[in-house]
Design a protein around this ligand. Structure first.
Ligand code: ADP
Ligand code: ZN
Ligand code: MG
Length: 482
């Protein structure tokens, strides 16, 4: 029997506001535990929350960018549960009336565009952090994160494979990064994802029993956990077994999911509108003003990369998938206007090096071992005929982690390409003299040795002669001599 996979994702994105959602405390990451706190976010009795306007503005930006309807009036609600990192005993979130609904994101899947619908985007506050491994006899609580603003972005169950889930997450993250409202860092937890997955017999409509997967703190974890779970569901069902709705944790070391708890239901949380907060009323003019000031988004930038730089769609998709990578590309092109060649270097050698150094999920190009201007300069040296493509690879390796420019490296190592005719002629003649058998073979009609002779010339000159000129001169000499 063949099963179809059904996935819906719930993403929590930490917003890049200076202060928390209901108080003036800083949102700065990595401070002394419990230093970014006040009576409001520490949940003292008798205090009142005040909604941060910037949080609402960011939510509107996200809603507009994902084609949602922005609610003219929405509500903040209390989600009640007990846990030590939640000092109030409830989380302020949104329930029946979220700030935006009914949006979508277009994701590229196997070269084609696919629309993933968004159910809703709502506002909520983050919880603090429990720390279990610092002291043997007790757990500690750090409330610096309590009250940090989050957007929860919920997709419809429109995703059909683990790979598609990864692409959706990357597209969503790109949108939030382009909007400059979330840094998208999965490892640091500023972009988190819970994945809901089920399978059903191909051709059937009804949704199967789902599990909710947590502890997914990298793209690799999301895809790994989903693949594992899809396999587990299909095998259980084909063996006639039964699945339970439950929450499972991904164990990245052992590459398995483990049951954490049977799934709680909405009624367990006893949601009700927060009486301390007025309905959130958003005026249309405000939404229009935010809409008019929207930055360029990934889809638009991709289209521009195709038209302005004449890049293939594949390149444009890959380069605009992250704002910092797209910026890097454009800086390099400003240094030297050869977009396709620069794109090739980024997608080829740079991505290869990042992968080797396990930096490919690292978020900031500032961690890359070569700057955009140096890449531009390297390509310009090739285009000006100063170095050959082969030597460029050597220069590239030498630039990595170096503060020297490509020009300096070429000068220091004496790698400049030899283009003057006399030097090349000399090199060619030496090779012809050293290989009389190949020369006579060539004359006897074996043209294959031509490539061998070119190779010998390149080897003798350490790849520094201009290959095109070497070819011309070699052909000349061989025909002259006959
Ligand atoms: P819950 O009540 O458990 O929070 P929701 O209906 O609110 O469930 O959906 C939460 C997420 O799970 C959404 O992203 C939704 O698309 C997804 N989802 C719901 N049912 C299924 C299912 N049977 N299989 C896969 N994903 C599902
Ligand atoms: Zn506070
Ligand atoms: Mg739900």
């Amino acid at each position: 029997m063949k099963y179809e996979t059904v996935i819906g994702l719930e993403v929590h994105a930490q917003l890049l506001t200076e202060s928390k959602i209901f108080c003036g405390c800083s949102t700065k990451f990595g401070r002394e535990p419990n230093s970014n706190t006040c009576p409001v976010c520490a949940g003292f009795p008798g205090v009142l929350p005040v909604l941060n306007k910037k949080v609402v503005e960011f939510a509107i930006r996200a809603g507009l960018a994902t084609h949602c309807q922005i609610a003219a009036s929405s509500r903040l609600a209390r989600k009640n549960y007990f846990y030590p990192d939640l000092p109030k005993g409830y989380q302020i979130s949104q329930y029946e009336l979220p700030v935006s609904t009914n949006g979508y994101i277009d994701v590229t899947v196997a070269g084609a565009s696919k629309r993933i619908r968004l159910t809703r985007i709502h506002l909520e506050e983050d919880a603090g952090k429990n720390i279990h491994d610092l002291r043997g006899d007790s757990s500690l609580v750090d409330l610096n994160r309590a009250g940090v603003p989050l957007l929860e972005i919920v997709s419809e169950p429109d995703i059909r494979s683990a790979e598609e889930a990864g692409n959706y997450l990357k597209s969503l993250r790109a949108v939030l990064q382009y909007l400059e409202i979330c840094d998208g860092n999965m490892e640091e937890g500023s972009f988190r994802c819970d994945a809901n997955v089920s399978v059903r017999l191909e051709g059937t409509k009804e949704l199967g029993t789902k599990t909710e997967l947590k502890n997914l703190n990298s793209f690799k974890a999301v895809e790994g956990a989903l693949k594992y779970e899809i396999e587990r569901h299909s095998q259980t069902l084909s063996a006639g077994g039964k699945l339970f709705q439950e929450t499972r944790l991904w164990d990245a070391d052992r590459e398995v999911t483990r049951s954490m708890r049977t799934k709680e239901f909405a009624h367990d949380y006893r949601y009700f509108p927060d009486p301390d907060l007025l309905p959130l009323v958003i005026e249309e003019q405000w939404v229009e003003a935010i809409g008019a000031a929207m930055p360029e988004l990934p889809d638009a930038r991709k289209a521009r990369f195709i038209s302005q730089y004449r890049l293939p769609a594949y390149d444009a998709e890959l380069l605009t998938g992250r704002k910092d990578v797209a910026d890097y590309f454009e800086t390099a092109v400003k240094t030297h206007p050869n977009p396709k060649s620069i794109s090739n270097w980024i997608m080829g050698d740079i991505f290869r090096v990042l992968k080797e150094r396990k930096l490919d999920e690292q978020l900031y190009v500032s961690a890359w071992p070569i700057s955009a201007t140096h890449l531009g300069e390297l390509v310009s040296l090739i285009d000006e005929g100063k170095i050959s493509g082969r030597i460029a690879k050597t220069v590239f390796e030498a630039i990595l982690d170096s503060s020297r420019s490509p020009q300096q490296i070429v000068a220091d190592k004496g790698l400049e390409q030899v283009s003057d005719i006399e030097s090349i002629e000399m090199a060619v003649e030496e090779i012809l003299a050293a290989n009389p058998k190949q020369v006579s073979d060539y004359k006897a009609g074996n043209e294959k040795v031509f490539g061998f002779l070119v190779g010998q010339i390149m080897k003798a000159t350490k790849g520094k002669v201009n290959p095109q000129k070497a070819n011309e001169i070699l052909k000349q000499k061989l025909t002259q001599a006959s």
